[in-house]
Design a protein around this ligand. Structure first.
Ligand code: FES
Length: 321
């Protein structure tokens, strides 16, 4: 499998920009000519070209059965690169933006019957589409939604509807880590061959990852939109040796191994490029990796590396390419 070509893009009209919780706005897009939009499945995202030029990915949160609109929920990220603030403050209903067709790196397996969703904050957005699809298919789910307070909780009213009774737990922690939801009893055993989907802040996903080492890796799924793990303060350059040709390439602090390989004309499989989908899994033959993914089990970390996010602790690593 190779890096998929970028999805086609299209101009869509913004038909809503409404505040739905503190710091969170719901956007709706429709085709300006009223044509049906490309179909999507639960877990899919679109990328939106915001007015300041940034291309930002957002999960679709409306019912996948709908063909006339896309809905996304956008959190005002004050510490981000300005994409969300630019969208919330700079875009009004009636504006047109370039939007890519939906892509799904977080899809629900067709044969699974039971799902466990764990969301933190704005990470609930793909789950809103997922619970619609799961119920429409006559399947079952449990949703645990961690949020700071009722005021900052998007979709609180929808999730309180009678149809979701007994399936949805919203946990408020007031931003106090000591009051976080205790995930251990929830994840202690995999009930009914559930598939687990988790999206939220990195510490939440890392905690879930650590507590599910005894689950089948194919039943645990993460999605991240932030590239916070790809480059961190204090990163150092290193070298990557390609075992098959003996070529040694420099990986500067500003690039990932994946990008360096691509720059040198190598056709490298990738998809999410946030360390969550598993596509870029690569055998590592020497050196010590600085693992930053949410895919690898502990026993795989010695000789496997996800080259879209992970770097090196050693001066050089050798990979099987
Ligand atoms: S491309 Fe998805 S984990 Fe690397």
């Amino acid at each position: 499998m190779s890096a998929s070509p970028p999805p086609p893009s299209m101009p869509l009209r913004v038909t809503r920009n409404d505040k739905i919780a503190d710091g969170i706005h719901l956007f709706e897009f429709r085709d300006p000519g009223g044509n049906p939009l490309p179909q999507f499945t639960a877990g899919a995202h679109i990328a939106v070209r915001v007015p300041n030029g940034l291309l930002r990915k957002y999960s679709l949160c409306n019912d996948p059965a709908e063909r006339d609109r896309y809905q996304i929920a956008v959190k005002r990220e004050v510490s981000g690169r300005g994409g969300s603030i630019n969208l919330i403050d700079g875009v009004n209903a009636g504006d047109e933006l370039i939007v890519t067709a939906p892509v799904n790196d977080f899809a629900l397996p067709a044969r699974a019957q039971d799902f466990l969703f764990i969301a933190g904050g704005i990470g609930v957005t793909p789950m809103i589409a997922m619970i619609r699809q799961v119920l429409a298919e006559g399947k079952r789910f449990r949703l645990f939604y961690c949020s700071r307070s009722p005021e900052t909780t998007a979709f609180r009213e929808e999730l309180g509807a009678q149809e979701f009774k007994g399936m949805v737990t919203i946990h408020y922690d007031d931003g106090d880590v000591s009051r976080s939801l205790d995930l251990r009893p929830i994840l202690a055993e995999r009930k009914n061959r559930e598939h687990l989907y988790c999206c939220g802040p990195r510490p939440l996903m890392e905690a879930v990852r650590a507590m599910t080492d005894h689950w089948s890796p194919t039943a645990v799924h993460f999605e991240a939109f932030s590239d916070a793990e790809t480059h961190k303060a204090g990163d150092t350059p290193f070298k990557v040796k390609l075992a098959r040709s003996g070529t040694v390439l420099d990986v500067p602090t500003t690039k990932t191994v994946l990008e360096v390989l691509r720059d040198h004309g190598l056709d490298v499989p990738s998809s999410c490029e946030t360390g969550t989908c598993g596509t870029c899994r690569t055998k590592m033959l020497a050196g010590e990796a600085d693992h930053r993914d949410l895919v690898l089990a502990d026993h795989e970390r010695k000789d496997t590396i996800m080259i879209c996010v992970s770097r090196a602790h050693s001066a050089e690593i050798t990979i099987d390419r």
